[in-house]
Write a protein that binds this ligand. Structure first.
Ligand code: ARG
Length: 258
């Protein structure tokens, strides 16, 4: 084949390949980093779903605000709470945003946590018409007590069962199911995070109440894979910035006064 023909064909290939590159220019947005954020959305107002089953909540809005501040985007994944840390360790997600207590030593061995962004406490909750359980000390060996799987509440309930103080620890995947079992009388008490139990009380008034004193103090943090200091620094910097500019308080106000 004549050299001139080959030269023309090569030039045509070059022109097409350059135009193809130029065609992708509007996809520069594809250069934006998108982090996968795992959560368990039966934990309002932090992690819940809207009427279209979109994952929404205070955690989601904080994550999005941090992303806007630090130049990344996020997409949310619905996982069981006890599956979140394994998913992070396996690299299936990049961040956990799930009202997760960062002060748990076992978790600190497994993942790295951001700075704390919310203070919480565990409380016992009982049906509103119960007048025999006024604190954790009133839980007895004939009782079934429920909590959500993988949570600090579940750890507390399992401790009570292991010590024989309560008859059975009922550990369930969804916190909505935990609360339903309490309202239906299938369990006598629940141990859960105060702000979330209050959200369930607000949604279903005159059904449940909290009793006694706080069982612990919790500090929620966002979790990343152990050693991912680059992402952790972005999250901490973004969190500090949105606290500084008032965005954080606006989001808390939005979700706690819906
Ligand atoms: N704060 C508790 C913990 O860290 C409960 C968190 C539950 N979060 C959720 N999205 N269901 O164990």
């Amino acid at each position: 084949m004549k050299k001139s023909v080959i030269a023309v064909l090569l030039a045509m290939v070059l022109v097409f390949s350059l135009s193809a590159c130029g065609g992708d220019s509007e996809d520069t947005s594809s250069d934006t980093v998108v982090y996968k954020v795992g959560t368990e959305p039966t934990f309002p107002p932090f992690d819940t779903t809207d009427e279209d089953q979109n994952i929404v909540g205070l955690d989601m809005d904080i994550m999005k605000a941090i992303g806007e501040d630090q130049g990344f985007e996020v997409e949310f994944e619905n996982l069981s709470f006890d599956g979140l840390i394994p998913a992070l360790q396996a690299g299936n997600i990049d961040i956990v945003a799930a009202g997760m207590n960062k002060d748990d030593p076992e978790r600190q061995e497994q993942v790295d946590f951001s700075d704390a962004y919310y203070e919480s406490q565990l409380f016992v909750a009982v049906p509103v018409d119960n007048d025999t359980i006024n604190s954790i000390d009133d839980l007895t060996s004939d009782m079934r007590v429920a909590a959500q799987t993988g949570t600090t509440g579940a750890e507390k309930v399992k401790e009570l069962a292991d010590s024989g103080q309560i008859g059975e620890a009922v550990i369930l995947d969804g916190l909505d199911t935990v609360m339903m079992q309490l309202i239906n009388g299938d369990v006598q008490a629940v141990i859960n995070d105060k702000p979330v139990t209050e959200a369930y009380m607000a949604k279903q008034p005159d059904k449940i109440k909290m009793v006694g004193e706080a069982l612990n103090a919790e500090n929620y943090g966002f979790a990343v894979q152990k050693g991912n200091t680059e992402l952790l620094e972005k999250i901490n910097a973004g969190l500090a910035n949105i606290k500084e500019d008032g965005t954080f308080d606006e989001l808390v106000d939005k979700w706690f006064n819906m």
